[in-house]
Design a protein around this ligand. Sequence first.
Ligand SMILES: [Zn+2]
Length: 314
Amino acid sequence: MHKSENYYYMEALVSRLLADDVDFIKVQEKYYRILAGISGEEKLHRVLADYHFKDDATILYNFECVNEKGFSHEIDAIVLTTRFLLIIEVKQISGTLFYKPLFHEFARLTEEGVLENFPNPFDQAFRHQLFLSHQLSKWSIQLPVLYIVVNANIRTKLDQSLNNSPIIHLSGMPLFLEKLYANHHETSVDLEHLKNKLKSLSCRLPPKMKVESHRLRKGVLCVKCQFQNVMYYHFGLWICSQCGEKNKDAIYLALHQYRILINDRITNRELREFVGIESKAVASKLLKRLKLKQLGSGRGVYYLIPDDILERRI
Ligand SMILES: [Zn+2]
């Protein structure tokens, strides 16, 4: 499944942010929330894969784009059929959910009894609906644009105050789709054309936060020790000083994280500082072995860390 730039950034940040950083807990919480969101999307994926769509249908997951006014849209899933376009907003919030429609106020009560307000998913989905309706009419495509909020956590309780709101548990998705099919007629919309229009609109949104490099831990971190310990370089091998793990390819993950958190280009000096190698010659040899593309000349030489660096592991 296609994951957002924000996910990759937070995944790298959570193992690199210094433990005494002011934002350490906040970053961990945000990362866990992103993981919960992904787990909800995966559940939706399974339910929709199992569902038998009547005619041609296409699903775009994690649709990201920027609108004409410069604001971003992140849509969990868009179901395209020749009868309707359905926006799906997946939620994975635990506890009991409440709604005050008059005020557009959405809240949850945790199992510990804490009541807190949440961003209103109906308003979020409605905003996507307005935007996509506007796009479709701009493209002269006539298709009803609908939305539904889907709760993917079976333990979540939906309070009666949500009775008249477009929210259902994920298990109700097949019946919900059947009803949409029953209530909407076939149109002559060219799905392939619509899909291509939407794809040309989509982009990768940048990470939502950016942390300065001095707040990050340096070093090649040991995966076996859950990134807690730093490995040192000794004759072509990375060795963990704590658990004794030895391998050649721990550097790839470190460079992947460097690329995501700091920069996709690195100089010999920056590499030595980041991974803790003292000798310039040793670092040069390592860079050669990693086959990173070398650019610039003389004192301005730097290397490009490719986006598939992790797949290059031996
Ligand atoms: Zn270790």
